[in-house]
Design a protein around this ligand. Structure first.
Ligand SMILES: Nc1ncnc2c1ncn2[C@@H]1O[C@H](COP(=O)(O)OP(=O)(O)OP(=O)(O)O)[C@@H](O)[C@H]1O
Ligand SMILES: [Mg+2]
Length: 341
């Protein structure tokens, strides 16, 4: 396993579009690093530059201390898994997995052993003689990962590998990928626009926005202490309540934020009597999710707050309530940066 270092990496197209203006990033050896950000922010471009599939306009890429900036993809010791993982339909699972070694003209015994090992890790052993059309989406995705594993790369690159799968399969594959990472311990760089994948799988999350890094760190560090309003709004579902204007000024900042799970709702009357409840609000809509409920409450001249409440809720649409943020869970930003607590 190798670390990956990007220094001053830039990408501009001849059309004059600059996608990545200059980026520094350190990916520790053996880490599971997730690059996350909205569509078009440059995630795939960055990953493809690490893979050598896209030329760089400036800067340096080091893998395991070796400068690979201008090396061919095959010489970089990486393997990449894409969203659309074209398997060869006429080949068996075993032949598909072994394909990179077959074209490298490795001896048959070595190929068989490598395929068997990858199939064990991915629990594909019983499917080796099937063709791709007789597999589920998740099984096909595992074959594509197997094809990467047999190359024994020091760095795995994944570009939205789960986005073609349905929600329950995605959840299952998240767990399997995390297991795979624990088993083989290789460095993995994983691109997604799905913040749930980022939060659940990463050792390190790198939040990208318009080609620059907003913040990098462990999932819970970013969740607890987002450095910018962008990160605050991007990580967490439902999104953090973020307000500018009067409310923010009252709270002593330019942008004020509090997560839906950190707002308490008090039925009007009891809150006032006990001196709690900061903002009078009217319930606009309630989404019952079962285990919990998402409540939308309008605060006059401020906007709509999203509140995560317990599932068994006795509130009604139109009801007057009071909302209070939990102390220690408020976020204040000034000049686009987090204010010290
Ligand atoms: N040949 C090109 N010329 C100019 N701009 C390009 C070219 N190829 C890609 N881009 C732009 O580069 C930006 C980054 O693209 P990229 O594919 O890296 O985004 P992404 O973060 O992977 O998005 P998604 O989540 O949609 O996959 C986009 O705004 C895209 O329009
Ligand atoms: Mg992409």
């Amino acid at each position: 396993m190798h670390d990956v270092r990007l220094s001053g990496i830039r990408k501009s197209y001849t059309s004059g579009t600059t996608v990545i203006p200059g980026l520094d990033l350190e990916i520790p050896a053996g880490s599971f690093t997730v690059l996350v950000g909205p569509s078009g922010c440059g995630k795939s471009t960055l990953l493809r530059m690490v893979a050598g599939l896209e030329s760089v306009s400036g800067g340096q890429i080091l893998i395991g201390g070796r400068d690979v900036t201008h090396l061919e993809p095959a010489a970089r010791g990486i393997a990449m898994v894409f969203q659309s993982y074209a398997l060869y339909p006429h080949m068996t699972v075993a032949e598909n997995i072994g394909f990179p070694l077959t074209i490298a003209r490795r001896p048959k015994a070595e190929i068989d052993a490598a395929v068997q090992k990858a199939a064990d890790v991915l629990q594909l052993g019983h499917l080796l003689q099937r063709t791709p059309k007789a597999l589920s989406g998740g099984q096909r995705q595992r074959v594509a990962i197997g094809r990467a594993i047999v190359r024994n790369p020091s760095v795995f690159l994944f570009d939205e590998p789960l986005s073609n799968l349905d929600a329950s399969l995605r959840g299952q594959m998240r767990v399997e990928l995390a297991d795979l990472h624990r088993q083989i311990g290789a460095t993995m760089i994983y691109v997604t626009h799905d913040q749930v994948e980022a939060m659940t799988m990463a050792d390190q999350i790198v939040v990208l926005n318009k080609g620059h890094i907003e913040q990098a760190g462990s999932p819970m560090d970013l969740y607890r202490q987002p450095a910018t309003p962008f990160v605050a709004g991007f990580l967490g579902a439902p999104s953090m309540n973020l307000f500018e204007g009067t409310l923010a000024r009252e709270m002593g900042c330019e942008t004020y934020g509090v997560r839906p799970e950190h707002v308490d709702i008090h039925a009007d009357g009891d809150g006032e009597d006990k001196g709690v409840g900061r903002w009078p609000a009217t319930i606009r809509h309630i989404e019952h999710l079962g285990a919990d409920a998402i409540v939308y409450a309008d605060v006059r001249e401020v906007g709509t707050f999203t509140v995560r409440a317990e599932g068994e809720l006795s509130l009604q649409v139109g009801q007057a309530v009071r909302l209070s943020p939990r102390s220690g869970h408020e976020h204040r930003f000034q000049g686009g940066r987090r204010l010290a607590a």
